[in-house]
Write a protein that binds this ligand. Sequence first.
Ligand code: F0G
Length: 528
Amino acid sequence: MNSESVARELAEPNLRRLLSTAGLDVEYVSASGNTLYRQGANGEPIPVLDYAAGYGALIFGHNHPDIVARARELLDEQTPVLAQFSSHPYANQLAAELNRIIRRETGSDEPYYATFANSGAEGIEAAIKHAELDRVLRLSAVFEEIEASTRRVREEVRAGTATVPEGLGARLGLPRPAAGQDALDLLIAEIDRRNQRRRAKPPVFVALKSGFHGKLMGSVQLTHNEAYRTPFSALGAQARFVPCDHPEALKELLQDERGTLLQLTVADGGVRLVERDHHTICAVLLEPIQGEGGIRPLSRAFAQEIKAFAEEADCPVVIDEIQSGMGRTGDFLGATRLGLRGDYYVFAKSLGGGLAKASVTLVREGRYRPEFELLHSSTFAKDSFSCHIALKVLQMLEADGGQGYRLARERGAALAGMLRGIRTDFPDVVKDVRGHGLMLGFEFHDQSEATDDTLREAARSSMFGYVIAGHLLHAHAIRTFPTASAVHTLRFEPSVLLTDEEIDRLEHALRDVCALLREQAGHRLVLA
Ligand code: F0G
């Protein structure tokens, strides 16, 4: 490769340029625990305290020694990383351990079957594909019932044990049969035409405003952020978004999506036209705590409304635990706090322990379609390395009766307490502190009307959170980012290794930022 092409930026140069405007285009050369190390001007490692932590993917921090040791062990023993189409005992062990933990937290003995993938969005794609397969197969079963019923009606009319009442066709707007036309044939043809039109309606997914479920073709249509979603709307099944804590929006949606399938039956010697409820809602998706949308915890009450909605719509609740799961909120499941059991769960991020790329989609037995296993796969999924690493992460979370969860609760409470203390002292600057455990958001008031030019321009160009992140990095050697769809909110998602000293360092830095904002002193921002 010639020196010119090396000099030229070829890996997402536009993003790199954008990062540089906020001083975020720095190079990290190593990482351990809650610390990333930058390369100093003289090649010395500069420690940076990492509160972004892989966007919530490092429940045990960077390169945790026990997880690294397990990785080394696996590689030294030449684990069969890629052994597709084989028994994969490690995948079954992982699925069994996930089931054991879910059983404990939900109190239900119903098994969940696991489908593996390589990223969060892929896990969501598997979930929505499975839900669609289930919807289509259930719809086929309904059509088989309708067709069997039609056959029975034909037999009874032919045998003279049933007649087609006058005017039945008129209910469907059919004209009186002309000479030589058979009233029943006309009726059956019209019913089938209407039913097939209904059957051809595409599935509808229900998701929440501010929700984020990934950026692949299917999952991006379930992600509320319009910038991510709308350029690709033609590519995937559409979602309808409801605002959180608006149960009436769920009821309206169900009513709006409701339709009917028509069926002929026979009763008391007469042919009857029956209307069967039908809707195209395929699944409802939620995050127990919305992450990328601004660290917004779902309320228990609304979670129960969603459960009632799904029961009435007879569709699965897909709980996206990709960011809120794996102990981050202080329970294994972020949904445990909501008293909500999922029909499906999706895990990723911390499942890979900061070393492997893995996701798993779990479907409860009552909704599971074994056919799916022959229709969905991925070269790298369910591999021995990521399954064993994931088993190690679960073992570390579960050790000592759940030490990982206790740490997430205790460390999260200490961090949240500090953040709330700052909000109490700077109510003019800090709008809200949200979240649970080690999934916390710190929201600044909108600075779009700031008197300071720099701050106002940053806010108006949706760069405010990134500029503050740049200042935290260069003035305080602390790394975090705004949640990309809510740029006035900084995300704090460190590992359970968080120390009091690291909390103190963040407090000092944030108080500096709040003072700078209170004084409208944009000139004090350090972005390089
Ligand atoms: N679902 C949730 C709740 C997520 O937070 C993410 C990623 C995904 C799905 C997609 O997972 O990136 O592995 O494909 N969240 C990142 C964030 C982007 O900013 O928190 P992925």
